[in-house]
Write a protein of this length. Sequence first.
Lengths: 115, 115
Amino acid sequence: AQSVAQPEDQVNVAEGNPLTVKCTYSVSGNPYLFWYVQYPNRGLQFLLKYITGDNLVKGSYGFEAEFNKSQTSFHLKKPSALVSDSALYFCAVRASYSSASKIIFGSGTRLSIRP
Amino acid sequence: DTEVTQTPKHLVMGMTNKKSLKCEQHMGHRAMYWYKQKAKKPPELMFVYSYEKLSINESVPSRFSPECPNSSLLNLHLHALQPEDSALYLCASSQEYSGLDYEQYFGPGTRLTVT
């Protein structure tokens, strides 16, 4: 069975500092990994994805994520946090072994950037 | 146009009412989804339509009835709901369901309150 874990319910960072939001996964075969962001009272917004190739993936709003196969992780990072980055972040995974595999979302991490 | 629209934004209904949620996309996507999201939780998949046919029903109670009139529209008909059905209902679309690497585009959601 596939699963994804976001071990931190909340991450607090000062504006201008680097941020990391953690995600680990468990799937059979190769994973397709996604990060989504949700601002208050809004739907989810796609940030970036890892399919294959370069382990460092760049996405929207200056975010990037690093795929680490040995640690089964896909942490979201940004070199310099903005107050406007404060939101709820979801990691998601789909397994590649079947076209019927479903997307599984992590429990979410609330990112709070203080001025 | 990379937008998924949902109407209404807010809906309050009694347990004996019948109402419908509507979703529309004009990106040419052939997969459309309904999710239910409780506060501070990840979205829970309810239904998937692929090429206008119902592909996945995640054992959703029959008081929720999806409909896909054409490739751009998705409806969710509601009848005899319970207070615990109060949630944010999200619609999403993607290029195809079987394309495992396709990201989903989410609408802003309908905030449903059942009284």
